[in-house]
Design a protein around this ligand. Sequence first.
Ligand SMILES: [Zn+2]
Length: 403
Amino acid sequence: MTEHLYYHDSFLYEFDARVVELSAMESRTAVALDQTAFYPTSGGQVFDTGVIVSGNDKVRVNEVIEGDDGTILHLVEGAANLQKGSAVHGQIDVERRRDHMQQHSGQHVLSAAFVRLFNMPTVSFHMGADSCSIDLDTKGLTSVQVEAAETLANDVVLQDRPVGVRFVTQEEAQGLGLRKIPPVERDRLRLIDIREFDLTACGGTHVASTGQIGSILLRKTEKVKQGWRVEFVCGKRAVATARRDYAMLAEGAGLCSSHIWDVPQQIRKLQEESRSWRKASEQVLQEVAELYAERMLAGSESRIVTKTFADRDLAFIKLLAQRLTRQSSGVTALLASTGGQPALVFAQSAGQPNDMGALMKEALARLGGRGGGSKDMAQGGPAKVEGIEAELNAIAAKLSSAA
Ligand SMILES: [Zn+2]
C-alpha cells in the first residue's frame, strides 16, 4: 500500500519517492510509488495531474487511481527510463490542486449549511470541469433556502475558521456527532474538522482555513431522482464563472441597448413585439394570397393555374393553393417555390376526378425528392430547382388535354 502523503499535508506539491511497481494498463503505464502526494479520484474529488521526474527524464501523469488495497497508480504515457527501484521526484500541478481544494472544502461548508439550516443531508458530491454539484436528500428546495445556505456558507468562509485533520478509530467516531460516517469498515477514520461548524470523515484534500475557499456561489438547482441537485462553484472558479456570466449578460444588454439589469424586461418586450409582428405578418400574407388568387384566376382562361415563385416559401404557396381552390370550383393549382428549399404544392377544388397525391409522386419520381398527400392537396420537396417549371407545365398540359 502506498503512503498517502496528501492525508497529512494538502499543500505538499513536491515529494521524493521510489518506484515499487510498473505495469501496463492499456496504452499507458501504471506507476506505483512507495509514497505519493498525487490525489487519486475518490469521494467525488477528481485526480491530480503533474509529472514524475527521474534523472533527466520527465513523464506526465495524466490520471491517478486508487486500487482496492490502497495502492495508488499514476498513469503515464510511456515510462521512459523508469524502473522498479528508481528514485523519482514528483511534482503535482499546483493550480489544479488548489482549485480542487477550494471546490471540495466549499462542498463541506455548503453541505453542513444545508444540514444546519434545513436538515437536508448531502447524499452525493460531483466535481466537474466547470462546476460542482451536491445532491440533497429533500422533497423540496426553494430559492429562499438556496440563498440562505449560500449566505451562511459565505459567512463561514469570511470567519476563516481553521480546518483540522485528525485520525480516530471507528469506536471513537461514534460519539463525535459526525455529519457523515463512510459505510466502508476501516479501522481508522480521517476526520475533517471545520472548527465549531462541521465534522465529517473524508479522504480528500482541503484548505487550511475556510478563508482560502474564497467564495461559494450557488447556481442551478434541479429536481433529481434522489432529491434536489445544487450546482455550485468556489474560489477562483466562482470569479471566472461570474466573469463569464457578466460577459454574456453584457452582450445581451448591448443587443437590447439596455442596462444588464433590464435584460429580462427587454426580452419580454421583444417577445411581445415579435408575437404581434407575427400576427400582423400572417394577416398580410393572407391578404396577399387572396389578391394573388383573384389576379391569377382573372388573368387565366384555363382553370388550371401554374406558377413558380422564387421569392416565396412553402407556407405562402400552401396558403395560395388553398385560396385558389377553396373559393372557386373546378380549379387546379400547380405551384412551386424555389427561393430557399425547393417545394411543390398541388391542389384542386373538391369534386374533380384527378388525384394530386398521385400526380405529386409521379412528378417527384422524375425530379427526385420526397412528398405526397391526399386526392385534393399534396406537397413535396424536389431534390433540385432545375426542371421544376417544365414539369409543372407538362402536368398542366396533360390535365387540360384530358379535360
Ligand atoms: Zn472532503
